[in-house]
Design a binder for this molecule. Structure first.
Ligand SMILES: *Cc1c(COP(=O)(O)O)cnc(C)c1O
Length: 363
């Protein structure tokens, strides 16, 4: 069994995909070919925002968002303690100061009460609180009702790191629309993945959109060889845009399929291990299906013996990363505990009911 079966996905859309791949090979327009702008329009429409700006990967997207927001070296940026490294790395690389916020043990997302506490401590320590980066971990949108209120009250911008969240929604409003700038990743295993690295930013703000389009191409001005600021070389390849156009056509079917898989897992496992429960009105894109168990190593070994892959996302919190040791931040207790108990199960749109039952019965 595969953890995320990308081969089955390819087989399911093979004819269209082969045509898209060969079409972009034949076109010769390998950088910023017409598929890139088309895809940006389609993604913006899907998410329900004015602008989509694609880029080279989800980590660059975070860097670009922080640059476009004008965050200054030394400014404090609040990020969840339980996330993929990039979220905090992007801030640290810009000499911003990541401040780690604990998460909710059921949603895995930023705990707004701890955000308030960390904001207060940061303020008292003399640092300037400058932005919040909320993560839609494992596909579930963060608690944006409360986080957006908090950011408005404090007059600081919100970045939504939707690398795992693309496709999710709250009350019909799509993930990647909640931040002043939102980001996503098209790494192959993400809910919407390409055949390599890719990423995108979303915003309703015309000025941010113009800045992002400049920053992703070396800070270009009105023409390419007039550079008015420092940026990156961070474009999405034409061939990846072509792949994503095909996958986007199938995306809502895949979203329905992963929600079916999650529902089956939950029916079979509820009451036996801690399962993710998603309330009515919230849709997860199920980047991961993550349970919590006390005997994780034992369970993981048992699954492995039976040919079932499983993964630990994440075994180490941000405050315990060596790269952030110099920040000297207190560890976050909930995130610490999760790093010891979480286990992610095989999850993708092409899992059969039989496979789901095999995994569940072993657990
Ligand atoms: C994958 C991921 C990223 C980074 O995306 P890349 O495309 O791999 O650079 C950022 N944040 C989160 C939460 C992620 O899961």
């Amino acid at each position: 069994m595969q953890f995320r079966d990308l081969h089955r996905q390819y087989e399911a859309m093979k004819a269209e995909m082969d045509e898209a791949l060969l079409g972009s090979a034949r076109s010769g327009a390998y950088i910023m070919g017409p598929q890139v702008a088309e895809l940006e329009q389609q993604l913006a429409a899907y998410v329900g925002v004015k602008h989509c700006i694609t880029c080279a990967n989800g980590t660059d997207a975070l860097w670009l968002a922080m640059r476009a927001l004008g965050l200054q070296p030394g400014d404090a940026v609040f990020v969840p303690d339980f996330t993929f490294f990039s979220t905090a790395e992007a801030a640290a690389i810009l000499d911003l100061r990541p401040v780690f916020v604990d998460v909710d043990p059921d949603t895995y997302n930023m705990d707004v009460a701890d955000l308030e506490r960390k904001w207060q401590q940061t303020w008292e320590s003399g640092l300037t609180p400058a932005a919040v980066v909320a993560v839609d971990l494992f596909g579930r949108p963060a608690n944006y009702n409360a986080i957006v209120d908090f950011c408005n009250k404090k007059h600081i911008p919100l970045i939504e790191d939707g690398a795992q969240g693309f496709g999710g929604s709250i009350g019909g409003r799509k993930a990647c629309s909640f931040g002043h700038i939102s980001t996503t990743s098209f790494f192959p295993a993400k809910p919407l993945g390409c055949y390599g690295d890719g990423g995108a930013l979303f915003t309703d703000d015309d000025q941010y959109a113009d800045l992002l389009r400049s920053l992703r191409v070396h800070g270009k001005g009105s023409d390419k060889y007039n550079n008015i600021r420092l940026g990156l070389n961070s474009r999405l390849d034409t061939i990846q845009a072509a792949v994503l156009q095909v996958k986007l056509r199938h995306f809502d079917d895949e979203l329905r399929a992963v929600n079916h898989v999650a529902k089956r897992y939950t029916e079979l496992l509820r009451g036996k291990v801690h399962v993710p429960e998603i309330p009515d009105g919230i849709v997860s894109s199920w980047a991961q299906y993550t349970i919590q168990v006390e005997n994780r190593d034992e369970l993981q070994a048992r699954l492995k013996t039976n040919g079932i892959p499983s993964m630990v996302y994440y075994p180490r919190t941000m405050s315990r990363q060596t790269a952030f040791a110099h920040l000297g931040q207190e560890p976050c207790p909930v995130a610490d505990r999760l790093s010891q108990t979480v286990l992610s199960l095989p999850m993708h749109p092409y899992m059969t009911d039989e496979e789901i039952e095999t995994v569940a019965s072993l657990i």
